[in-house]
Design a protein around this ligand. Structure first.
Ligand SMILES: [Zn+2]
Ligand SMILES: [Zn+2]
Length: 331
């Protein structure tokens, strides 16, 4: 968030520099390494059951929640910062939410590694062979701009005890098998953004981070970058995992060192020692309207992977051209 730090040598604004784990002065180029980010300190795993009482609400700065009136996205900004664009839809009609709103603060951050220049390069390479790419790029200046934003993510660790039944084939016979095993789930992610997680294309990109590279939260990683406020709370995030986690655990049955391939697995699981991390993770995002529809493209700010929505047809352009052709003119 801009305005959080002043340059000690010239008084200019320092913003986070992707890939450098540093703050960089916009005016004189003075650079300061952020100690938390270059440390090897891992992010604490927090106890889920006591989270209500123990979760931090300290952002290390005066934070406010800003709501977009067009798409409803909520972002967290420094209280001193003037509200700007909504990174999700480009709208300028944003307003401050209820100031009483309690904002749980993250305990870890994955800093941006990919610079904006690199993001644009990745994007141009990605759209190279797509329909309309040259036309849209020429017409829409918005397309040449990516916004960096931190997106909220919960990750879960939990010890599981699993009992299963199933069957396997041997010499053309089907044989019954049952067993039990313990399995430690590590850093299972839930993207806590309804805006981005409702679309599978976008989700595939913003779910896959090297969470081992997360570092203890520091507001300095947010200098110059807004952060989306989670729209899926901690408990809802854990509850949303049901099917996905069950599927993950079922896959472990066939990794238990038994060479037989077990099918038709039925399983019962007990969960112990549930822990979580609340991370904010870096995303470059580009949203644009075409034919009255909002398209969103995201780039993982750590890995550089890209995916998103892109118009498939000429939409309105074709329609207009056809009318002109058939009608011989405009009425
Ligand atoms: Zn300076
Ligand atoms: Zn918006």
């Amino acid at each position: 968030m801009e305005g959080t730090r002043k340059c000690p040598s010239c008084g200019g604004t320092m913003i986070f520099k992707p890939g450098w784990d540093s703050l960089l002065c916009q005016s004189c180029g003075h650079k300061e390494v952020i100690p938390e980010l270059v440390s090897k300190i891992p992010v604490d795993e927090l106890d889920f059951l006591t989270a209500q009482n123990t979760a931090s609400h300290d952002w290390g700065m005066e934070a406010k929640v800003v709501v977009c009136k067009q798409c409803g996205a909520q972002t967290i900004q420094n209280r001193l910062q003037l509200s700007g664009l909504c990174p999700f839809c480009g709208s300028t009609t944003v307003e401050q939410a209820d100031p009483e709103k309690d904002i749980m603060a993250p305990n870890g951050v994955i800093p941006f590694k990919i610079t904006e220049e690199r993001a644009l390069y990745i994007f141009k390479d990605w759209i190279k062979d797509r329909t309309l790419a040259p036309d849209l790029l020429a017409q829409n200046a918005q397309l040449n701009k990516f916004y960096g934003i931190y997106v909220p993510m919960f990750t879960f660790d939990v010890l599981t005890e699993n009992r299963y039944t199933g069957h396997y084939n041997e010499n053309n016979r089907t044989l019954f098998k049952s067993g039990k095993f313990q399995y430690q789930v590590d850093d299972f992610p839930v993207v806590a953004s309804k805006q981005l997680s409702s679309d599978k294309l976008l989700l595939s990109i913003i779910k896959e981070y090297w969470t081992r590279e997360a570092r203890p939260y520091t507001p300095e990683a947010l200098a110059g970058f807004p952060c989306e406020h989670y729209s899926i709370g901690l408990t809802d995030a854990w509850n949303s995992l049901g099917d996905e986690l069950r599927f993950h655990l079922q896959q472990q049955v066939n990794k238990q060192g038994d060479s037989r391939y077990i099918m038709g697995i039925e399983m019962a699981t007990d969960y112990f020692n549930l822990k979580y991390k609340y991370l904010i993770v870096p995303v470059w995002i580009n949203s644009f309207f075409y034919d009255n529809k909002l398209y969103t493209i995201v780039i993982n700010g750590q890995t550089g992977k890209i995916n998103g929505q892109w118009p498939k047809s000429f939409g309105k352009f074709v329609e207009k051209a056809a009318l002109l052709f058939l009608g011989g003119g405009i009425t």
